[in-house]
Each structure stands twice: as C-alpha cells, then as structure tokens.
Design a protein around this ligand. Structure first.
Ligand code: DNO
Length: 391
C-alpha cells in the first residue's frame, strides 16, 4: 500500500464577514482551509452561484481556501417528508451543483429534528476562569416542563429530576428563565431562531414520524441527491446528533455506531459520508469513539475534534481539546493512519473552544471565540505531528 506522508488539512469555521473573528486571525491561528456557509440564505432556498463566488473570493483574497461547507441546511420539509419535500430537494441539488462548480466538494449537514446542537448554559466557568458550553439535564427538564410545557414531557424524566426541576424553577427569576430559553433555542449566528410555538408544532409532527420514519426520510433524501453528488464529486458528511440521545421527545438517528453504520448501509455509495465529531459522539455514555471511528473511517471525510467531560447523570461540559473523556491521542493515532491512505488529506477543525484570555471581554459566538480554538488547533496539530513524525 502506498502511504502518503501528508498532514491533515487544518481548517477553521468562519461565519463569513459578520464573524468577529477575521480571516487574518484564522491565518495567525495556522489554519489554511476555511469551513463556511451562506447563513444569510433562508433554509431551503437555492444558494446562488454569484453568492458562493463572492464568499469564495473573500476567502481567497486573504490567502485561504474554502475547503468545506458547513452546513447546507436540510429543510424541515425534507426531514419530515412533507408534500413539498421534493421541491426542497431539487433546490438542494442546485445548490450542490453551484458549490461543485466553485470547486467546493465537501458538504456537512445534519438530520437533527428542528434544533441543531443543544446546550443549557453557554458560560460555565472552568477552574482556570475560562468559560465552556454545558448541557445539564435538570436545566433541560426545567425548560421542557415549565417553559415549553411539552405534552408528555412528564413521562420522560425520573421523579427525582422532576421534583428537583420544580424546586429549581421556583427559584429562577424571569431573566434566568429567559436565558435558559434562549440557550436551548440558540441556533447558528445570522440564522432564524425557532419560536416556542413552532417547536411545539414540530415536536407533534415528529411524534408520528418516529425514528424509523426519520431514517427513511434520510435515505430518501440521500438517494435523491446521489446522482448529483456522484456526477460532481461531492462528498456529503452527516454530523452526529448533539447531544447523541433523544431530547424533548424528538427522534434521533445519528447518535451511535449502529446509527452511523445503518446510514452508510442504507445508501451504500461512497458519496454518503460522515463528519466524525468527537464532541457530539463523545457525550454518549456508551459510545466508544475509537471503535466507532474504526467502523466507519473509510467514509469519514471531515473531522470535528473536540472533547467533553461527562458526569454520571449524563450532564457534560466541553473540556479542553486534550482533556476530557475522549482519548484524543488514540483518536489522532487512528486518524493519522487513515489519512496516510488517502489521496487528499482529511480536513479537521478544532471544534469549539473555551472563551478565554482577551476573548472574555468580547462579544463572541458561543463556542467559536478565537483564542480557545487557537489553543485547540495548536494542541491538535502538535499531537498530530508527534504521532506522525511528518515534520
Ligand atoms: C456546532 C456545530 C453544528 C454543526 C451542524 C452541522 O457547533 O457542530 O452546528 O455545524 O450540526 O450541520
């Protein structure tokens, strides 16, 4: 076998010109690839070629290149396979063609119902004074039972959590409740926020779809876009559920090794790939990350490297990239070995980072401040170099 001694492609998520982190900052952090998306385009609409070209030109003007799109969002009509799903799939296909025409061929997306990643707190103070994102079941129960007031929520929590949530709720003032609501509903910067009413309606809609229905809808979508992907050379990478278990009564289908294998098997074609997110998968108590990577590695076309520390109740906070429960050394060893088999280096990005140092005094996008990610990237590239010896 011909092993390639190339390094992984170091990338950085950039929210576009609205991002408080500049492209020059990214260069100083040492990344060469950009991960970006056209967040100003409403979900489901076609990304015009001209807009993609504009974004690409801005990125290239600073000496970087647009390596991955994260995400081309999948419209809810597709996830739920409403009667107008095909119209949105057609739009998606045109967007893919436009991206391919600009040379962007790795696309990340997710199939999480309604909400993208979910946290209950965005500024948990760490022992060193930096701030991290946090997911806490008790807070989620307060949101679910007393803010969302979801029908059937009662059955989803233990008596202990319910009674603690009741006590906790009684001590929270309007500002605290509002903050919890905003945190749970938080979306992607510059994209439309979801309202409580819409969330309730979606939860009802997904009740009838269930896990099996959602799996079928994903396979339907992938089969429909397969020809375009194969013709243009686009690789699709599905992002795992974050967190990787059911919340708010919504079905989850991208949470475990079996889920990922099922997705790859149902549409067994090379374009159907995975974004291996160590933070999302790492939050699942029974997920063994090395085992999962080994099972799916040939179809991993993009990596999010991040770490989490879990407790027994299933709460977790985002830890330092080389701290936490994910053994990043083991993962990196496996990733380096896989990368050497590839024609093109696998792109990875330091996913999230603590808000730290000077960033503590700035307005930053939760998880996406500059310095914490810079630290993560530096540690990860050092780890890679130490393992590969590819100086
Ligand atoms: C959170 C990210 C997710 C991810 C999408 C992919 O920080 O990992 O928002 O971009 O789920 O579609």
């Amino acid at each position: 076998m011909n092993l390639r001694k190339h390094k992984l492609l170091q990338t950085w998520r950039w929210y576009g010109p609205i991002d408080p982190v500049t492209l020059q900052d990214v260069k100083q952090a040492g990344a060469t690839g950009i991960v970006s998306a056209l967040h100003h385009i409403p979900h489901g609409e076609i990304w015009p070629l001209a807009d993609i070209e504009d974004r690409k030109a801005i990125i290239e003007a600073s000496g970087l290149h647009w390596a991955v799109v994260e995400s081309v969002p999948v419209h809810e009509a597709i996830k739920t396979r409403r009667s107008d799903a095909d119209k949105y799939i057609e739009n998606y296909k045109i967007t893919l063609r436009n991206l391919a025409q600009c040379g962007i061929k790795t696309v990340c997306y997710n199939f999480m119902p309604v909400l993208d990643w979910t946290r209950t707190q965005l500024d948990l103070t760490m022992a060193d004074g930096s701030k991290a994102l946090y997911f806490n079941w008790l807070e989620l129960a307060v949101f679910d039972l007393f803010i969302l007031k979801r029908e059937g929520a009662d059955a989803d929590y233990t008596e202990d959590i319910k009674s603690r949530a009741k006590t906790r709720f009684a001590t929270m003032d309007t500002d605290e409740l509002n903050e919890l609501k905003v945190n749970v509903l938080m979306g992607i910067p510059n994209e439309k926020e979801i309202e409580l009413e819409a969330l309730r309606a979606s939860i009802d809609e997904y009740k009838t779809i269930g896990r099996e229905g959602l799996k079928n809808n994903l396979a339907y979508f992938l089969n429909k876009i397969a020809a375009v992907c194969e013709e243009t050379g686009i690789n699709m990478t599905i992002h795992p559920d974050d967190p990787p278990y059911a919340i708010l009564g919504l079905p989850r289908i991208v949470s475990t090794k079996d889920d990922l294998l099922d997705i790859l098997k149902r549409v067994d074609r090379p374009f159907n790939g995975i974004c291996f997110c160590t933070g999302s998968l790492g939050a699942g108590a029974s997920n063994n990350l090395s085992e999962i990577f080994d099972a799916v590695k040939e179809r991993v076309y993009f990596l999010h490297l991040r770490n989490v520390t879990k407790d027994e109740a299933g709460n977790f906070y985002e830890a330092d990239h080389l701290g936490g429960d994910v053994n990043m050394y083991e993962i990196m060893k496996a990733v380096v070995a896989e990368n050497e088999l590839r024609e093109e280096p696998i792109p990875f990005r330091p996913d999230h980072g603590h808000q730290m140092l000077d960033d503590l005094n700035k307005v930053t996008n939760p998880g996406y401040s500059a310095i914490g990610r810079l630290r993560g990237l530096a540690e990860l590239r050092g780890l890679e170099l130490g393992i590969s010896g590819n100086y």
